[in-house]
Design a protein around this ligand. Structure first.
Ligand code: AKG
Ligand code: FE2
Length: 385
């Protein structure tokens, strides 16, 4: 980590970042040729993290070692015995369904994502385009706010663009009674779990256990309530010739440090294996799926893998999911972790501020490519071209 003042913005020659930000081309290059050959070597390990809550350091390290193996191979793992209550987990799926089904269209329009500089609010199915796919999903997005943080926060939260003030928009209590409360119960617990996991990530990277603590006092934590309608042509044999797959969410990587995914029991998540086939990740009861995202991949100089994935609902049932994208404080400027460089090795990446990196990646996913933030600057600076 370096002081924020010392490095105000990434160097203009940071081509990797610019290239990453042009997501369609970048993804295409990462996608290569897709085949449907199953990759039997591709494993998403199931990690019981209960020993990580023990007072024994070696027990915590044993969990961290499993996390490291997953992060350096598939980039994905399940966690069980994580401490988030079943009540909160069922509650948030219930709120997602209520939002989609009970909130009148005109009230959704009032929360439309195009009204938000930060990509928050209601996102109709066709609003974003990833890797050129038309998407069937509908979403409601919101970010960190102190009222959702059970620690009360430190009062220093900065938005992705460096601005101060809460950018979230919520349905009115009378329009969807109990919605905010249901969200708050879940968010508070999942945020604490993410902070706990960051300690395990620190151990997994041979860093002191509390290395990241001061960077997660007012962290980035975007949460999405996602709805994927049932497959229109079920079973898929009914699909007319020439009609493509119904993509719920196009192929992409996540942008933050890591994602905690909770979903209903309807499957849909597919992960691109090293041999370029889609591996279907079945939801396991009472578990989260965790995946490394691009900012952590960059921070670890590519040691931890951020793996391409997508969602296709191939069933005749609805799917709801709630990804939570966890980042360090958005105003934090980071440079490659020393434990991810060999002796004398130079980092492939210059230092960068978390919010700036993530916002630039997010901006490329809007349909017109102009992003949520137009041409204004990040942290008060000119937007780079
Ligand atoms: O809905 C899912 O299962 C995954 C969602 C996802 O990958 C995302 O929102 O980034
Ligand atoms: Fe994702």
């Amino acid at each position: 980590m370096v002081a924020a003042a010392a490095i105000h913005s990434p160097h203009p020659s940071d081509l990797t970042t610019l290239q990453e930000a042009r997501s369609t081309t970048y993804l295409q290059s990462r996608l290569g040729s897709k085949t449907s050959v199953p990759d039997s070597n591709f494993i998403i390990p199931v990690i019981d993290i209960s020993p990580s809550f023990s007072s024994s350091l070696s027990a915590r390290q044993s969990v961290a070692a499993k996390i490291r193996t997953a992060c350096t191979t598939s980039g994905f793992f399940y966690i069980t015995h994580h401490g988030v209550s079943e009540k909160a987990r069922a509650g948030i799926l219930d709120q997602a369904e209520r939002f989609v089904k009970l909130l009148p269209q005109c009230k959704k329009e009032e929360l439309h994502i195009r009204l938000s500089k930060l990509g928050y609010g209601w996102e109709p199915g066709n609003y974003t385009s990833l890797a050129g796919d038309l998407e069937t999903k509908e979403a409601f997005n919101f970010g960190y706010e102190q009222g959702l943080d059970v620690t009360g926060g430190d009062g220093m939260y900065r938005n992705l663009d460096g601005s101060v003030g809460c950018g979230n928009v919520w349905p009115k209590e009378e329009d969807l009674p109990g919605f905010y409360e249901g969200v708050r119960e879940y968010y508070g617990q999942v945020l604490q779990l993410a902070r706990h996991l960051f300690r395990l990530f620190a151990l997994s990277l041979d860093l002191p256990e509390h290395h990241f603590d001061h960077m997660t006092t007012h962290p980035g934590g975007i949460c999405r309530l996602l709805y994927y309608p049932p497959c229109k042509h079920f079973p898929s044999s009914k699909r007319a010739e020439g009609e493509g797959e119904e993509i719920g969410l196009g192929a992409h990587t996540d942008y933050e440090c890591f994602t905690l995914l909770h979903s209903s029991s309807t499957p849909g998540l597919e992960i691109l294996t090293p041999s370029n086939s889609w591996h279907r990740a079945t939801p396991l009861p009472s578990s989260f799926i965790v995946n490394v995202a691009d900012f952590l991949m960059r921070w670890t100089n590519g040691v931890y893998k951020s793996t391409i994935h997508r969602v296709v609902n191939r069933t005749d049932e609805e799917r709801y999911s709630v990804p939570f994208f966890f980042s360090v404080n958005y105003d934090e400027v980071v440079e490659t972790l020393p434990t991810c460089l060999n002796d004398g090795e130079k980092s492939s990446y210059p230092p960068i501020r978390a919010g700036e990196y993530i916002l630039e990646r997010l901006n490329t996913t809007t349909k017109d490519g102009n992003g949520y933030f137009g041409n204004e600057g990040f942290f008060g600076e000119e937007r780079r071209e």
